[in-house]
Structures are given as structure tokens and as C-alpha cells.
Design a protein around this ligand. Structure first.
Ligand SMILES: Nc1ncnc2c1ncn2[C@@H]1O[C@H](COP(=O)(O)OP(=O)(O)OP(=O)(O)O)[C@@H](O)[C@H]1O
Ligand SMILES: [Mg+2]
Length: 225
């Protein structure tokens, strides 16, 4: 691989007596799309959190373009969609996105936010408190929040949750757009294989298969999990 943008070496996360991620090595090239598979509790969310710098490894390291993902300059290059939406319920849809723009010191915040609310189909909810949004609407807004800084890397934990057909189509369009690198966790092995060019299968925190998606079928993945 010519140009890895994300690497993990010996990545390990332990929670008291439980090991959520064990000695994981990963090399992700610029522009690649990876699907991460695994049963409930296999370590997918833990991995996404470690790669995005939201969780600190017990051992090993993560590097994004050679730097620690927890460094402020690196964080803004990564768009994250987690298990939960983490929207501020008392703020409006627009205010939620503006907070993010301010955090990252983005220029033209109002224009960017207006643009993204339109792209995710929430322009009518601009002035609505996010506590009233439906699950799928909240997921659309969470996606907009991740994308508003136009990150080079997207780290997504079950990002299709709650999305309808047009929401899912929008997300598929954003994955890999303009050479973007994306890693997403999903339980939908067939859809994941179709969307990704690489796969990582986790079992009890360990890599039980990784490589190009064309080298393995859905049944074979499922058998390894
Ligand atoms: N904060 C925590 N404290 C203690 N244990 C944790 C914590 N977070 C995760 N774990 C444990 O780590 C393991 C991996 O959890 P993780 O959430 O990464 O799994 P997952 O693959 O995302 O599962 P799911 O498909 O259910 O979302 C589980 O055994 C879980 O109980
Ligand atoms: Mg999870």
C-alpha cells in the first residue's frame, strides 16, 4: 500500500477483567472503505472509539497521518458517528451544528449549516429543538454534524440505524466521496461487503479476518464471527 492514512499497532483496550480489543494491527490506505463486522460485544464500538481518539488504548497506538488522533488538529480531520447521537436536546438543529462549527473554528458557519441541513433534508427543522426529532431525523442530523467540517476520514458506528431509503442513499454517497477514507461498523454483512473495499471481522476483540472485501463472501464472514 502506497499511502496509509490510518494505522493501529498492537491496539488493546481492557476494561477491568474484560479485553474489548486485543493486539489489533490495522493499516488503512487513503481513500479506502472498511466494513467492520462482529457479533454483539465483539469490540466494534470500542474500536471506532479508539480510532477516533474518544477512548484511550490500554496498550498499543493509533496514528492518523502519523499523529495521535487525540491531538486537536487531528480531531477535526475525523468525522465520527457513534452509537448514540449525542445531540444537545435543548438546542435547535441549527444550533447543534453551529456549536460544531465554532468548536472547529470553521468559516461561514451559517452558510455551511444551512447547506448541510438542506442536504440531510432537515431544513424545516432548523429552529426545532433536537429533542423532538425522530430517531432517523436525529441520525440525519448526527451525520450532518460529522460531515460539516468536511473531514477526510469518517468513522461510523452502525451509521444506517434509523435511516430510511433516502437517508441510507445519502450516507452511501458520502462514504468514499472525493477520496474520503471511511471505516464503518455494521451487522449487515451483505450490505457492508457491497459498500466496502476492505473488511475487518472481529471476534472477542481479535482480528479473525481482514483484507479486501472481494476475497470473502458473506457466508464465510458470518462463519468466522
Ligand atoms: N465502558 C465500558 N466498561 C466496561 N466494559 C465495556 C465498556 N465498553 C465496552 N465494554 C465491553 O467491551 C466489549 C466490547 O464492547 P463493544 O461495545 O465494543 O461491542 P460491539 O461490537 O460494539 O457490540 P454491539 O454489536 O452490541 O454494538 C463488551 O464485552 C463490552 O461489555
Ligand atoms: Mg457497538
Amino acid at each position: 500500500m502506497s499511502d496509509p492514512i490510518l494505522t493501529a499497532r498492537g491496539l488493546t483496550k481492557r476494561y477491568s477483567h474484560r479485553t474489548a480489543i486485543a493486539e489489533l494491527d490495522l493499516t488503512v490506505g487513503r481513500g479506502e472503505t472498511w466494513a467492520v463486522f462482529g457479533r454483539n460485544g465483539a469490540g466494534k464500538s470500542t474500536l471506532i472509539r479508539l480510532l477516533s481518539g474518544l477512548s484511550v488504548p490500554t496498550d498499543g497506538l493509533v496514528r492518523i497521518a502519523g499523529a495521535d488522533p487525540r491531538r486537536p488538529g487531528v480531531r477535526r480531520r475525523i468525522g465520527v458517528v457513534g452509537h448514540s447521537t449525542y445531540l444537545l436536546g435543548d438546542l435547535t438543529a441549527e444550533e447543534n451544528l453551529l456549536c460544531w462549527c465554532n468548536l472547529y473554528g470553521l468559516d461561514r458557519p451559517k452558510d455551511r449549516v444551512g447547506d448541510w441541513l438542506g442536504r440531510v433534508g432537515l431544513e424545516d427543522y432548523r429552529n426545532e429543538r433536537t429533542s423532538v426529532l425522530s430517531r432517523g431525523q436525529a441520525q440525519r442530523l448526527t451525520l450532518a454534524r460529522a460531515l460539516v467540517p468536511e473531514p477526510e476520514i469518517l468513522l461510523l458506528d452502525e451509521p444506517f440505524t434509523g435511516l430510511d431509503l433516502s437517508g441510507a442513499a445519502l450516507l452511501r454517497e458520502e462514504i468514499g466521496k472525493g477520496g474520503r477514507t471511511t471505516i464503518f461498523a455494521t451487522h449487515d454483512v451483505e450490505a457492508g461487503l457491497a459498500l466496502a473495499d476492505h473488511v475487518l471481522a472481529l471476534k472477542a476483540g481479535r482480528d479473525v479476518h481482514s483484507g479486501e472485501s472481494g476475497t470473502i463472501g458473506a457466508r464465510e464472514v458470518a462463519e468466522r464471527l
